[in-house]
Design a protein around this ligand. Structure first.
Ligand SMILES: Cc1cc2nc3c(=O)[nH]c(=O)nc-3n(C[C@H](O)[C@H](O)[C@H](O)COP(=O)(O)O)c2cc1C
Length: 149
């Protein structure tokens, strides 16, 4: 099974999440490729069974340019038959905008025809031990889901 993880991270929190998930999925037997959104074209998802997007949210939900470009590319894709998962770090003081870009991408993947393998996973700021355990658990669920087929 191939997994493609794309992350957007300014201060490293989402990159840390991506690295934890990458290692977990490798341990679960996935062939994993992980890259920064700025250096990735969304069409890279076309060769993967599992598409993962991990993102920050800045500016009360308004997408930064690097995310907005990727979001536009994603909307052009047909991902029917593929699974996806979205995750990200935010800050609850932003209230209704908490992790808003994670949910924007959830909608975009669904519109591309992909099936959501697990519910969105959101964490506050840097991943702590509990968050790492949640990412480990998510990886287990992803492995279980994709191996069901
Ligand atoms: C100027 C600014 C705006 C932010 N806006 C939001 C927001 O709208 N929603 C949210 O959930 N978090 C918001 N945050 C918090 C960041 O998303 C959070 O710190 C996240 O962990 C950053 O991830 P990164 O380290 O991967 O860049 C904001 C932070 C800053 C500094």
């Amino acid at each position: 099974m191939k997994a493609k993880i794309v992350f957007a991270s300014m201060t490293g929190n989402d990159e840390d999440m991506a690295e934890i998930l990458e290692e977990d999925l490798q341990d679960a037997g996935f062939d994993v490729d992980c890259s920064d959104v700025s250096f990735t074209d969304a069409s890279d998802y076309l060769t993967s069974d599992l598409c993962v997007f991990i993102t920050y949210t800045y500016g009360e939900g308004v997408m930064t340019d690097e995310i907005a470009d990727f979001y536009e590319q994603l909307q052009e894709l047909d991902l029917t038959g593929k699974h996806f998962a979205v995750m990200g770090s935010g800050d609850k003081t932003y209230n209704e905008h908490y992790c808003e870009n994670v949910f924007d991408f959830e909608k975009a993947f669904l519109a591309c025809g992909a099936s959501e393998a697990i519910p969105p996973l959101t964490i506050e700021n840097a991943p702590d031990d509990d968050d790492i355990a949640r990412i480990d658990q998510a990886a287990e669920e992803l492995a279980g889901k994709l191996n069901e087929q």
